[in-house]
Structures are given as C-alpha cells and as structure tokens.
Design a protein around this ligand. Sequence first.
Ligand code: IDP
Length: 157
Amino acid sequence: IARTSQLHASLTQTTFIAVKPDGVNRRLVGKIIQRFEEKGFQLVAMKMIQPPRELVEEHYAEHKGKGFYNGLVDYLCGGPVVAMQWKGKGVIARSRAMMGATKDAAPGTIRGDFSIEVGRNLVHGSDCAEAAEREIKLWFGEDKINYEDACEKWIYE
Ligand code: IDP
C-alpha cells in the first residue's frame, strides 16, 4: 500500500532541468546533479539526448527573432543534453535560484561558479509552472517515475 505523502500536493512541484552541451563536455554533469540532490530535491526522470533542431526551436520558441536565437539553437544542438525532471517543494523557483541569473550569475550558483558567458551557461531550468509543464511534455511526454521518497520526513517538517 502506497504511503500517503506528508506533503500537501500543491506544495510539491516538478520542474524541467537540463544540463546543456557545454556542461556535458566540461564533465560537470555529476556536480550539477549533486547540487540538486544535496538540496533535497528528488530526481524523477533523466535521459541523455542529442536534441533534434525542431525540439530546441520549440523549446526556445519565445526567443525566436532575437539576435542570439540562431546561436542559441546551434549551442543546444551542438552536443548531448542531459534532460531531467526534479520534484520537491518550491522546486521551480528554488532551482532557478540555485542555477543563478541569466546575466552575471552570483558566485555560489551553478552558473556563477562554473560559467562566464551567457551563451555558455551550462544549465536550463523552467521559469514558472506553465513553462515546467510545457517543457516536461516537450522533452519527456509522460515519462517519469513516481517513487516513494524515503528521505521525505527528514527533508520536510
Ligand atoms: P534563462 O535560461 O536564464 O531562463 P532566458 O532569457 O530564457 O534565460 O534565455 C534562454 C537562454 O538563451 C539562456 O540560458 C542563454 O543560454 C541564452 N541567452 C539569453 N540571452 C542571451 C544573450 O544575450 N546572448 C547569448 N545567449 C543568450
């Protein structure tokens, strides 16, 4: 019998996080995953994918027409991406804070600690609930594994 989650469902979100090709090629996948694990978030889906151009164009549709758009699509299509779904309380905003700002990310954040250029900034994370839903559907469809979080009572009060 599945144990009833202690967390109120509305507090538990799932977000889409991706390690971009520079993160994979610079061997930073483990470090990036480790930050989210150590925070207490739960990994519920992960795959490595060489994304087709149409997928990346769709993913970044909001930036179409901007000066950096073509370079951005080339960058994401330029190597493998590690696509993930992470679950937890406030994970959408909290993982964005852990990634760091788009421009001049602060030290202590993933981007702030490991990257210099906005166009080589290692990670993507959904910026709101609607984006998370859209991006999860786009990259994973229904694919994720819902499993009991054995640490939950030590992470949440
Ligand atoms: P975010 O990834 O922090 O949410 P967005 O503004 O959604 O930032 O931009 C998407 C991605 O486009 C960024 O992560 C970065 O890789 C790239 N990007 C944004 N602005 C620039 C720019 O001015 N030059 C080059 N690349 C950019």
